[in-house]
Design a protein around this ligand. Sequence first.
Ligand code: ZN
Length: 203
Amino acid sequence: MKIICIGRNYTDHIEELANERPEDPVVFLKPDTSLVLKNQPFFIPPFSNDVHYEVEILVRINRIGKHIQQKFAHKYYDAIGLGIDFTARDLQAKLKSKGLPWEKAKAFDGAAVVGDWVNKSELPHVDELQFEMSKNGTIVQQSSSALMLWKVDELIAYVSQFFTLKIGDIIFTGTPAGVGPVAENDVLEGSLEGRQLFSIKVK
Ligand code: ZN
């Protein structure tokens, strides 16, 4: 399986990192080795002094597809979740400044947290999902999929022009404002529509 991630999909987050508003979705991949195994902590990697959390809505692909039309995109995912796109911000800033790929900062072991999945039939429409994440009990990110620049079905149409989507692939749909650093012993908890989908400790 592969993890397809979208960058810069919420205006408020683009502004907080002083990034340019993209003309097309920003896309990058994480390998399956980036997944944090269930009930395991997140270990801060030794090559970074500034690892940030980014909470994101996830969709899980359940049909193989390429060149998917936006109007049919909803048939290609059955479950929606919430996860964290961990980012070594210091390393990413260095790579970005040189125009180099971000993988070392975004695709390292443990850089992808995937919470529990919810069948999409149990949730409101995918473009109207409220979600939030707390750090040590204080809410640090809170938003709605209604604020995405590119909505889920548009993203599926877009990325499937480049990558064949396969069963089990996961799309990380981008983070809203409020990203920030993690430290040892932090606890991050994410909820989608009031359901807690992950709780992870930082080590
Ligand atoms: Zn992200």
